[in-house]
Design a binder for this molecule. Structure first.
Ligand SMILES: Cc1cc2nc3c(=O)[nH]c(=O)nc-3n(C[C@H](O)[C@H](O)[C@H](O)COP(=O)(O)OP(=O)(O)OC[C@H]3O[C@@H](n4cnc5c(N)ncnc54)[C@H](O)[C@@H]3O)c2cc1C
Ligand SMILES: NC(=O)c1ccc[n+]([C@@H]2O[C@H](COP(=O)([O-])OP(=O)(O)OC[C@H]3O[C@@H](n4cnc5c(N)ncnc54)[C@H](O)[C@@H]3O)[C@@H](O)[C@H]2O)c1
Length: 480
């Protein structure tokens, strides 16, 4: 083995946190290697947020075009979807985002970008198999940052090997389809299942979602999940709840060659589809890192154990983003970057500096499910407050989007808003907007929560008319 090249910092994986962190260390004068086995920018810009939200925009245009004549008095002719164009638009945006990231890294002095797969050979040493040449390089770092993310969980359904593999899809391969599937079976009623399910329905596919849990989006309050179910069914999507998929097989129908057996309270059923999308969770990329060589502890699912300062069980090794478990969002990975930047780079110059931790954001976590209408949520849910803090007095407000003037004017009145507050202090504990631009409306409440505003401050604020946000004056009138 060649002697390892020494760096101050090794960043393993070019995810949403690791990439800016590698630049920040180099800009602070450290020698840094950023090691990435496939694409700079990681899942978010290559296979996650960017491509999906780009395709979802095409789906929304198809939806509005179909609604034009009936709902808005504007006829735009027959709606045809050219899947190759939808895909090309997605590929172009991904390429431009990735290209931008690659160019920015090239200009950073002291930063080596190594395109290869890393695995540990010792506590602070790694071996890198270069992706193109297959050459092996060795490196060691005083500080090592793990930002290797997750990948789609492999389908472990009996019969999966017996069906045409090109019709068995995950969240990455489904984006590369050149034509709209005739009937997409979706296994899993979480973020990925719902976003792709609705997208392909809008692009023209029949869609059936099979969800093991009793409701869609398992963590949401049941009133919100039920409203989402109602919306998806209204859009023509078939949803089977509390259903267990037991076997895949080939059917003799050449248009619908995939057979899926499911079991639920009504007994056994066989569903047929042209394709099946596995959307039932993700697996951390820790299994190929040879972690025993370094001694980093992982949990039962293989996520790296890290404390709120993102320190792993090995001093000098940190974990950021999805690899450490917990909420798997781009903004979490980027906020993890802020934590390490503050604690490892800026801290030295600030006497009396208090380390930044992930605890600060814990009860104020925002996210958006990009269905249409969107589901934007921040903070705690009613169900977890009632379960975890039964002694706390809370009040809950629910208001249909049909009470929002702007929603009626734009004919986008599906969904509801929900706010949960502390009955004694007026603190806003959680807020959900299942509505058009629900993510943007939620973000305004998030800002109020971070600024310590009470619900009555939002009720009293003069908000421009007629905006969706104006409803933040009214929703609190429904507190009970
Ligand atoms: C379909 C889909 C849609 C999504 N939409 C959203 C959304 O709208 N909003 C949102 O907030 N989040 C969304 N997410 C989640 C989001 O993409 C992730 O939470 C985010 O990318 C954070 O990832 P990360 O920084 O942990 O690492 P990643 O972005 O996962 O990057 C990890 C990188 O490490 C590399 N790697 C792995 N192992 C090795 C190794 N041994 N050596 C070298 N490199 C390695 C991988 O190739 C990868 O590039 C979506 C995810 C999916 C799948
Ligand atoms: N808009 C966003 O922010 C966004 C979009 C996509 C993905 N993501 C991230 O990616 C993560 C992974 O997404 P996901 O949708 O794969 O996972 P998920 O955990 O959100 O949902 C998976 C769902 O599949 C169900 N399920 C599991 N096994 C099943 C089976 N055998 N049969 C039927 N149903 C089954 C579960 O009950 C669950 O509801 C999300 O948790 C999220 O953090 C975020």
């Amino acid at each position: 083995m060649s002697s390892p090249k020494s760096y101050d910092v090794l960043v393993l994986g070019s995810g949403q946190g690791g990439t800016p962190l590698a630049s920040a260390f180099a800009n602070a004068g450290k020698t840094v290697a950023l090691i990435e086995r496939s694409h700079i920018g990681g899942c978010c810009i290559n296979e996650g947020c960017t491509p999906t939200k780009t395709m979802i925009a095409s789906g929304r245009v198809a939806y509005l075009a179909r609604r034009g004549a009936n709902d808005y008095g504007v006829r735009v002719g027959d709606v045809n979807v050219n899947m190759e164009k939808v895909r090309q638009r997605k590929r172009d945006i991904v390429e431009s985002f990735r290209g931008g990231s690659e160019r920015r890294l090239k200009d950073v002095k002291g930063l080596d970008v190594l395109i290869g797969e890393a695995k540990f050979t010792g506590e602070k040493t790694v071996e890198i198999k270069m992706t193109e040449s297959g050459e092996i390089k060795n490196a060691k770092g005083d500080i090592i940052v793990l930002n290797v993310g997750e990948r789609p969980a492999k389908p472990n359904l009996p019969g999966v090997e017996d069906v045409d593999g090109s019709r068995v899809l995950d969240s990455t391969s489904v984006q590369e389809l050149g034509e709209v599937p005739k009937h997409l079976l979706v296994l899993g009623g979480g973020y990925i299942g719902l976003e792709f399910g609705q997208l392909f329905r809008r692009l023209g596919a029949e869609v059936t979602i099979i969800q093991r849990g009793a409701q869609l989006l398992g963590r949401e309050d049941d009133d919100i999940a039920n409203k989402m179910l109602e919306i998806l069914r209204e859009d023509g999507i078939t949803v089977h709840l509390k259903s267990n998929a037991s076997r895949l097989s080939s059917s003799s129908d050449k248009d619908l060659p995939i057979s899926l057996e499911i079991t639920n309270k009504d007994g056994d059923k066989t569903l047929t589809g042209s394709h099946i999308l596995f959307a039932a969770g993700r697996t951390p990329n820790t299994d190929t890192l040879n972690l025993p060589a370094t001694g980093i502890e992982v949990d039962k699912r293989g996520h790296v154990k890290a404390n709120p300062k993102l320190e792993t069980s090995v001093p000098g090794i940190y974990a950021l983003g999805d690899v450490k478990g917990g909420p798997a969002f781009t903004h979490v990975s980027y906020d993890d970057f802020r934590i390490l930047q503050a604690n490892l780079i800026s801290a030295a110059s600030k006497p009396g500096f208090e380390p930044k931790t992930s605890t600060d954001r814990e009860n104020k976590m925002p996210y958006v499910v990009y269905t249409d209408p969107q589901l934007g949520h921040v903070g705690l849910h009613e169900n977890e407050l009632r379960r975890d803090q039964p002694e706390r007095k809370i009040k809950v407000a629910r208001m249909p989007m049909a009470y929002v003037a702007r929603a009626l004017e734009t004919d986008e009145s599906r969904g509801m808003m929900k706010g949960v507050v502390d009955a004694e202090t007026g603190e806003i504990l959680g807020f959900t907007c299942l509505g058009v631009e629900g993510g943007e409306i939620m973000s305004q409440v998030q800002m109020a929560m971070w600024g310590g505003l009470k619900w009555w401050d939002l009720q009293a604020m003069c908000i421009a008319h007629p905006t969706f946000a104006e409803s933040l004056n009214n929703v609190w009138g429904f507190l009970e």
